[in-house]
Design a protein around this ligand. Structure first.
Ligand SMILES: Cc1ncc(C[n+]2csc(CCOP(=O)(O)OP(=O)(O)O)c2C)c(N)n1
Ligand SMILES: [Mg+2]
Length: 1019
């Protein structure tokens, strides 16, 4: 079935054919040829008796034993075994091809003989050396490719595509390695790269093969030889090759059986009670439950206190019930269609909800908090979110190595291979500001995705190949063998604890039913499902095995089953009493202490977001200085800092400085700030410079924002990988962990956000409505039509505005707390600030609000350096606030009766409008009003402005095209604000397919036309 099954059969030994001609065949001219060049001259000498961990040649794919031997011999003949010493000396003395060998000393370790060169003598040593090399190759072939022939598929149908080519390992294939059947009983010394000998250094070939088959070709397929780290490869070899590693005590087996019973009977119970309900059951891969429990047990034993999980639909209810231990009645009542929703918002289907729960781990005796993160249908979208939340929890508890908090991600085989965000998430796994120090991935590989076979769903042999990019070992395991599953999960957890790196467990299984329980799989996979129908359940097989071994009695087994069934029945009875659904009981990230006990905000006020003059000066000084000694910055940057110092003296802020003030003041107050995105440290537009680089010392950096005060919160500013979907998901997850941090993600240009659209649509815009989970993430989206072409221009405000939940036709009820209540009711806040001070306030408001909402900020590009886009400290002092709308404050406002037109606008076009108004001498006739907070729409303030100018006509002016920008959102709201009494005209670019022209001249003429339309007054 899988394509790799066809290549497997073409396996060839990894000997001469792949590594070039053997030195034995070449006869080795002394001191010449490939041997000499095999090792760089400055590589330190090594002894081949040294442990393999110090031996790079034996790692991964590049082993060339002979070359290494020769290199070591060149350094010091004593480094190698005497037989090699003799061989190389003979070759060195000019022995003819094939004549460099002489009989070796006994491998059992006789004393070193004289090693006289025996040029021209024939002896059996040649065969012996070749045979040993052949045995090494054979061992290596098992390590590299044993997983190809392991019996991983419980259905046994994946070999249907095998061709007839012989398989390259096994007794019958020793000939391919130059060995004969007669060699099977010969004893061979084992290399240091295998542990099959246990305490024995040599074994007969027959036993070597038997043990390799045991280690690599039964129910576990270990894929690891691509890892280019010797210590890690040796660690894995030891775990799977050492004799007797897979032995469990009767107690462990009984625990495993108990877990299998719960997993299996839970699905059966649901099937009995709700046979026509979708639940995406786990049948066919029931061992997922013991797999997860084993990973958690082992991790808890090594100190993990918090496990954050992400998973798709398959088996989710089972995981909630039997891993996280959500009360069964709470799960069962979800099947009741009459359950009344108690929370606001839309809610979500039962197999998307999250959960957080703390419980004592029976194996370790320690408390473990477990969270399953709520997720949308969009497969794998939750992966980076889980990672971000995990990183945040590690950060808040000072867990720098991931020893206390870890993540587990579950995947379906089709989604794991198909969804690009999996790759994006893997690439975060080793980045300093994004690593969670190893994730255990578990793939429910049921060999199907809805109705699609693997051979139509992926081009790689395994669904797990994506993990190879980060050198994660992959443990394929036949999920019908619970003991093998338990073993690989133990090893996976130990791997993470030891190396703090990702690891994958691939549970090769099947899907007993259709995609969901009411789906007919025989339409599309008839043969597979004929086989599946014949398949006995794994619980039944495992129970029989343990009964056969005398580990449990039939009676004990039946009692255990009956006990769990009864637990389910009792919970079912209780579930009938539930009449109300509280989604908040399914919260994956509670914020203790942030809300009142009833979940409501503690107040409905937002205090002033201004700060004192001293604080502004202090932060201004930090922003314009280099707090490290002997730190040389670039000359251009010195000028930037000097300019900042000049602004501080003049009590002014530009954009970069106001951002500094906002972030710095929050840090000073103990609020952690994390700014992440592509090139954010310097800033795409070279305005930010939050990280200074010493021009003379490599990698020496300085982050002045961390030098504000001794008791400040730490500032994290980090350039991300070139990913939007993965990184935005990550930051959303980070922001989920605590309300007391400002988490900002900046797009390089605003339009790039659309590669993260799934995170925006599925989590940011709708997350609270679906999962009653608030989130205060900030998106900084550079936006503006500046003649840069269709890309890099528009952050697509229309899309964000279209997803706002405020009603265009309803003027909200006026109240004292109008502005805060509006914010509380909205799904997110969308702003486009025209002044640095307003940007400062809106960032600080995110934290000072008594609740959390996502904030979308369209940020400027050219305005970053616009001489008029500056704010006075006066606008940032105590008692100042974010201004949702900035009225005209010039001649028009002074004499409003005379005003003929009010132009409402947002963002940078304001500066074009006032310049043009001035040049046309229309300052008294035209008022320009800036809508800074687009959503929730400032109905109240807009009304004040329209009332102020009773004789004026109303225009909405934007630089974006008519079908884009703010127009569609703003126009009906302007009309509502005026009670539909006054028409609103449009001045802006015509509708268009692309966001901007690629032609500079067209750009300028469009701008001219729109300014004309805005400012031409009819007489
Ligand atoms: C991004 C995305 N695309 C498509 C779907 C529709 N869909 C739901 S389940 C499924 C098949 C998933 O197969 P697999 O990952 O192997 O999981 P399984 O159901 O087999 O456990 C598909 C295509 C989806 N949920 N998400
Ligand atoms: Mg599948």
């Amino acid at each position: 079935m899988h394509r790799f099954r066809t290549t497997v059969a073409r396996l060839r030994p990894l000997v001469a054919a792949q590594t070039g001609p053997s030195p034995l065949q070449l006869g080795l001219p002394a001191g010449e040829g490939s041997f000499r060049t095999a090792r760089p001259l400055n590589t330190p000498a090594r002894s081949l008796n040294a442990p393999a961990a110090a031996e790079p040649s034996l790692s991964g794919t590049s082993s060339n034993y002979m070359e290494e031997m020769f290199s070591a011999w060149l350094e010091n003949p004593g480094n190698v075994h005497e037989s090699w010493d003799v061989f190389f000396r003979n070759a060195n003395a000019g022995a003819l091809p094939g004549a460099a060998h002489q009989g070796p000393p006994l491998l059992s370790g006789s004393s070193r003989t004289s090693g006289r060169p025996l040029v021209g003598s024939q002896s059996t040593v040649e065969k012996l050396v070749e045979d040993h090399l052949a045995v090494q190759s054979l061992i290596r072939a098992y390590q590299v490719r044993g997983h190809h022939i392991a019996k991983l598929d419980p259905l046994g149908i994946s070999c249907v595509d095998f061709d007839d080519a012989p398989c390259a390992v096994g007794f019958q294939n020793v000939g391919l390695y130059g060995l004969a059947e007669a060699d099977l009983d010969q004893v061979f010394r084992l290399p240091t790269t295998t542990f099959i000998g246990g305490s024995e250094g040599s074994l007969p070939l027959r036993e070597i093969i038997r043990r390799l088959e045991m280690a690599y070709c039964r129910h576990i397929g270990v894929e690891f030889m691509f890892i280019n780290d010797v210590e890690q490869c040796q660690w894995i070899r030891r775990k799977f090759e050492s004799p007797g590693v897979m032995q469990f005590t009767p107690e462990e087996k009984r625990t495993l059986l108990g877990r299998m019973i719960r997993s299996t009977r839970f699905e059966e119970f649901l099937q009995r009670k709700w046979s026509s309900e979708k639940r995406f059951g786990l049948e066919g891969c029931e061992s997922l439950i013991p797999a997860l429990k084993t990973i958690i047990d082992e991790s808890s034993l090594s100190g993990v206190e918090s496990v954050i999980m992400g998973m798709p639909h398959r088996g989710r209810l089972n995981v909630l019930a039997n891993v996280i231990r959500k009360e069964l009645d709470q799960i069962f009542c979800q099947f009741d269609s009459k359950l009344e929703a108690a929370d606001e918002g839309s809610g979500d289907v039962k197999y998307h909800l999250g959960m957080q729960h703390q419980r004592r781990n029976r194996v370790s005796g320690r408390d473990v908090s477990m969270a399953l993160v709520a997720n949308p249908s969009h497969l794998e979208a939750v992966d980076p979110v889980v990672q971000g939340k995990t990183k945040a929890e590690q950060f808040y508890c000072g867990d720098a190595e991931g020893e206390r908090v870890m993540s587990i991600l579950m995947h379906g085989d089709a989604a794991f291979a198909g969804q690009g965000v999996v790759y994006e998430t893997f690439h975060l796994s080793d980045l300093p500001s994004y690593t969670t120090h190893g994730t255990v991935h578990v793939v429910v590989n049921n060999q199907i995705g809805f109705t699609t076979d693997p051979r139509m769903a992926r081009s790689s042999p395994y669904p797990t190949d994506v993990a190879r990019v980060v050198n994660a070992p992959i443990f394929h395991v036949n999920a019908d063998d619970p003991e093998a599953v338990m073993y690989v999960c133990k090893v996976a957890a130990e791997w993470r604890t030891t190396f703090h790196k990702d690891v994958v467990v691939d549970l090769v299984s099947y899907r007993r039913n259709g995609h969901n329980e009411i789906d007919e799989p025989m339409f599309t996979q008839p043969l597979m499902y004929k086989q599946i129908k014949k398949q006995r359940g794994v619980l039944q097989k495992f129970a029989e095995k343990l009964i056969g071994e005398g580990v449990v009695t039939v009676r004990a087994y039946e009692e255990e089953v009956a006990k769990y069934d009864e637990i389910c029945e009792e919970a079912y009875a209780r579930s009938k009493d539930e009449k109300i659904l509280h989604i908040k009981h399914w919260l994956d990230s509670p914020w203790p202490g942030f809300f009142r006990l009833d979940g409501q905000p503690k107040t409905m006020v937002c205090p002033s977001t201004g700060i004192s003059e001293e604080e502004l000066v202090l932060l201004g000084d930090v922003a314009s200085s280099v707090p490290e000694e002997d730190f040389t910055i670039h000359g251009g940057l010195s000028r930037v800092l000097k300019a900042r110092a000049g602004m501080v003296q003049q009590r002014q802020c530009d954009w970069a400085l106001s951002e500094y003030m906002a972030i710095g003041s929050l840090l000073k107050d103990g609020i952690h700030v994390r700014l992440s995105g592509q090139d954010v440290e310097r800033g795409t537009f070279s305005h930010r410079h939050h990280v200074l680089h010493d021009q003379n010392v490599d990698k020496r950096i300085c982050i002045p924002m961390n030098f504000i005060s001794p008791d400040q919160a730490p500032y994290t500013v980090c350039n991300s990988s070139l990913s939007e979907y993965g990184v935005l998901g990550f930051e959303l997850g980070f922001a989920m962990a605590s309300p007391n941090a400002l988490v900002l993600w900046e797009a390089q240009f605003g339009d790039f956000h659309n590669t993260a659209q799934c995170i925006i649509d599925q989590f940011i815009s709708s997350g609270q409505a679906k999962w009653v989970r608030q989130n205060g993430i900030v998106l900084l989206l550079p936006h503006g039509m500046e003649g840069m072409g269709p890309e890099h221009s528009s952050a697509r405000p229309e899309r964000f505005l279209q997803m706002c939940n405020d009603d265009p036709d309803v003027f909200p009820k006026p109240s004292q707390d109008f502005s805060v209540r509006q914010l509380f009711d909205c799904n997110w806040i969308v702003v486009n600030c025209s002044t640095p001070a307003n940007f400062f306030h809106v960032l600080r408001r995110q934290i000072l609000l008594p609740f959390r909402k996502p904030l979308i900020v369209f940020t400027p590009k050219s305005l970053l350096r616009h001489p008029e886009a500056k704010s006075s400290f006066d606008d940032m002092l105590p008692d100042t606030h974010f201004r949702r709308l900035i009225p005209d404050d010039g001649a028009a406002a002074a004499d409003p009766e005379k005003v003929k037109r009010v132009i409402f606008c947002s963002g940078k076009i304001y500066y074009d409008l006032i310049r043009e108004r001035k040049s046309r001498g229309l300052e008294g006739a035209v008022a320009v009003v800036r809508v800074e907070q687009l959503s929730p729409f400032p109905f109240d303030l807009v009304k004040e402005e329209t009332d102020r100018y009773p004789a004026a006509d109303l225009v909405w002016c934007q630089e974006e095209h008519k079908n884009q920008g703010y127009h569609d959102y703003v126009k009906p709201r302007l009309r509502t604000a005026t009670r539909h009494t006054r028409p609103v005209r449009y001045a802006g670019r015509d509708p268009a397919a692309a966001p901007a022209t690629g032609n500079k001249a067209s750009h300028l003429s469009e701008l001219r036309r729109l300014l004309d339309a805005a400012l031409q007054l009819q007489e």
